[in-house]
Design a binder for this molecule. Structure first.
Ligand SMILES: Nc1ncnc2c1ncn2[C@@H]1O[C@H](COP(=O)(O)OP(=O)(O)OP(=O)(O)O)[C@@H](O)[C@H]1O
Length: 610
């Protein structure tokens, strides 16, 4: 049991809905499709009637045969069965066609809502949830849901058929009808018993599939790293148990599901034996006509088929419910970033104040405690500090990707929680260390923040970054295809595109995580030049990794374990000989054009190095 269930726990945002609640929610998706569904219902009734009519006609024929008058009605019987068959086919065709349309439409809506929800989630959600699992909810779980919708349509048709046949049985012979019905509670009881086990197994199967997806997604994302470290074997060894688990869980699900049918057929078989025995004796005793007996034997077969599928349907129904539960959990996951208002945000000046702010990715381990910092409008601030000091955390709070738990964050003196989030974010230009480019051309990527930017605006922005020299190096200039994730461009070129993109966005505040990857001196110079243009006139927070940047910013803030331990400009901080000197000696010293191995240490009070 241990291995099979490893890692199949609920995700943090998973929740359990009552069946009624789930059904209500599902019905909400079907309500707009009412006319089409009524048509489907009509077709189902007609189709079920045709199915029930066949045994009835044959029974009538058998009675005629018994009375020795089959020759008179033979053609009527043949023609009638044929006509019913054709009608049945037509009704069934329209039923299938319209139900496929209704199902397709509902899945389309559900997938749209799930995808919308995915886009709405905070960054913390993506930190915690492997993307493969999310993909699984939007794709395979909605498919699962579609299956259950088709099954429901089939079930409705079968329930109607059972209804018609039961009516017919009672009409012809109450005694035999009661006998047939007597066994039904056993079948239904068995099906209900099976319900819980089925649901549990199904949820596990879906989770194990989500794990497979998550693993694949991660492997594909990091395939170049895996290959360069020759870790293919490790990747494979990690995948194998997950795949094996999915196999085992699915196998177990199959085992549980297939267990129910033999049991149900056994019960149905016993009932048929009983009917053959009792019915046959009645025919011999003259209390039942041969036609009625035939009708019963036919009806019993028809009667059991829907009943057993109703029973088996429970399991698949549970499967669909479990899938819809997972999709709804994704849609309903509560956002952590909560705005108290949606006030319009005009052009910001860009004054940022952290006041007594507390934040932790995990509430129990705060990264920032009672944090205070004011960045003036138009100021360029560099954040430096050892890894894990909290530099990126500050930028994530400004971009409002994460929610803080205490204190306040003010922009232009207004609480960020009161802003219209969309309007606020449009004024923040965030550039990550590895700028992400979407498939398309360089121009498409520069235009990304503002789809209505004209070609000439895009070109102007590109030309403003480092005088546009870099564009000439691209094979097709701005029309160069960047490839998936921008892989067709060099690291430096991607950064230059990201800077041009920022100019098109024209944000009031720039939050920039400088790339650590080294680029050739020419590109380095182009990036520095581009940065000067991009940051001019905006409030800029730069997580600095370049000496050329920290030398020119208005203020350097040295962070350590989520606290500001020093601030000032480059020269004064070096003179002060404090913690900044340590950071300088560790990170920045080597980047000086005059650097020689072992030289350039700035004496600091903490290390005393010289
Ligand atoms: N998504 C996350 N979930 C949980 N903890 C996190 C997350 N991101 C960062 N942390 C933790 O928060 C602390 C501050 O991290 P942060 O990324 O802000 O540091 P940093 O100064 O930007 O470091 P670096 O220079 O390495 O990027 C670290 O202890 C880190 O482990």
């Amino acid at each position: 049991m241990g291995f099979i269930l490893n890692g199949l726990d609920v995700d943090e945002y998973d929740r359990s809905y009552r069946d009624g609640e789930l059904l209500q929610r599902i019905l909400g998706y079907f309500r707009p499709k009412l006319p089409a569904m009524l048509l489907v219902a009509g077709m189902i009734v007609l189709h079920s009637l045709t199915q029930a009519a066949v045994p009835l006609m044959i029974s009538w024929g058998v009675d005629r045969m018994e009375a020795g008058s089959i020759a008179d009605v033979g053609w009527l019987l043949t023609g009638g069965i044929l006509a019913i068959g054709v009608l049945g086919w037509v009704f069934n065709f329209f039923r299938q066609w319209f139900s496929a349309k209704v199902t397709g439409d509902v899945v389309l809506d559900l997938r749209r809502d799930a995808f919308d929800a995915v886009l709405e989630r905070d960054m913390s959600f993506y930190d915690e949830q492997p993307s493969g699992k999310i993909v699984s909810r939007v794709t395979s779980d909605t498919d699962e849901f579609a299956n259950v919708v088709s099954l429901t349509m089939n079930l409705l048709s079968q329930v109607l058929l059972v209804g018609f046949i039961t009516g017919l049985l009672f009409f012809r012979n109450v005694e035999l009808a009661l006998l047939t019905l007597a066994v039904s509670p056993v079948v239904i009881g068995l099906a209900l018993l099976f319900r819980k086990v089925a649901r549990r197994n199904t949820v596990r199967a879906q989770r194990s599939l989500a794990r497979v997806n998550a693993n694949l997604q991660e492997t594909m994302g990091g395939i170049s790293v895996a290959k360069s470290f020759r870790q293919e074997q490790t990747v494979y060894s990690e995948f194998r148990p997950i795949n094996q688990q999915s196999y085992a869980v699915t196998l177990r699900q199959g085992f549980v599901f297939s267990g129910i049918f033999p049991v149900l057929f056994l019960v149905a078989g016993l009932a048929t034996v009983l009917l053959v025995q009792v019915g046959g004796s009645s025919v011999l005793g003259g209390t039942l006509s041969a036609g009625d007996w035939y009708l019963f034997l036919q009806a019993v077969a028809l009667f059991w088929l829907p009943l057993t599928s109703i029973a088996a349907f429970w399991s698949q129904f549970q499967q669909g419910l479990a899938a819809s539960e997972r999709v709804f959990s994704l849609i309903d996951a509560t956002p952590r970033v909560t705005q108290t208002d949606a006030q319009p945000v005009d052009r910001l000046a860009g004054r940022i104040e952290f006041r007594n702010l507390t934040f932790g990715y995990e509430p129990s381990t705060p990264v920032l405690r009672s944090f205070d910092l004011t960045i003036e409008a138009g100021e360029t601030v560099a954040l430096v500090g050892h890894t894990g000091a909290g530099k990126s955390t500050l930028s994530k709070l400004i971009t409002r990707f994460y929610e803080f738990s205490g204190g306040s964050l003010l922009v232009d003196g207004r609480d960020v929680r009161t802003f219209d989030l969309g309007e606020y974010r449009r004024q923040i230009g965030a550039v990550p260390q590895q700028p992400f480019l979407f498939s398309g051309t360089v121009a498409d990527n520069i235009r990304y923040p503002r789809a209505d930017a004209t070609d000439s605006e895009v070109r102007t922005a590109a030309l403003q970054v480092a005088g546009g020299d870099w564009i000439d190096a691209l094979p097709d200039g701005l029309d160069t295809d960047v490839g998936e994730f921008g892989r067709a461009l060099s690291t430096g070129q991607r950064q230059l595109v990201a800077l041009a993109r920022l100019l098109v966005q024209d944000p009031a505040i720039v939050v920039l995580d400088e790339a650590t990857a080294s680029v050739d001196p020419l590109t380095e110079a182009q990036i520095s030049e581009g940065l000067d243009v991009v940051l001019a006139g905006r409030t800029s927070i730069v997580i600095a990794h370049r000496l050329s940047t920290i030398e020119h910013v208005d203020r350097i803030i040295v962070l350590d374990h989520g606290r500001i331990i020093e601030e000032g400009d480059h020269a004064s901080l070096l003179r002060a000989g404090g913690h900044y000197c340590d950071v300088y000696n560790t990170y920045f010293r080597h980047q000086s054009p005059h650097y020689q191995p072992g030289s350039g240490f700035v004496p600091s009070a903490t290390t005393g190095s010289s």
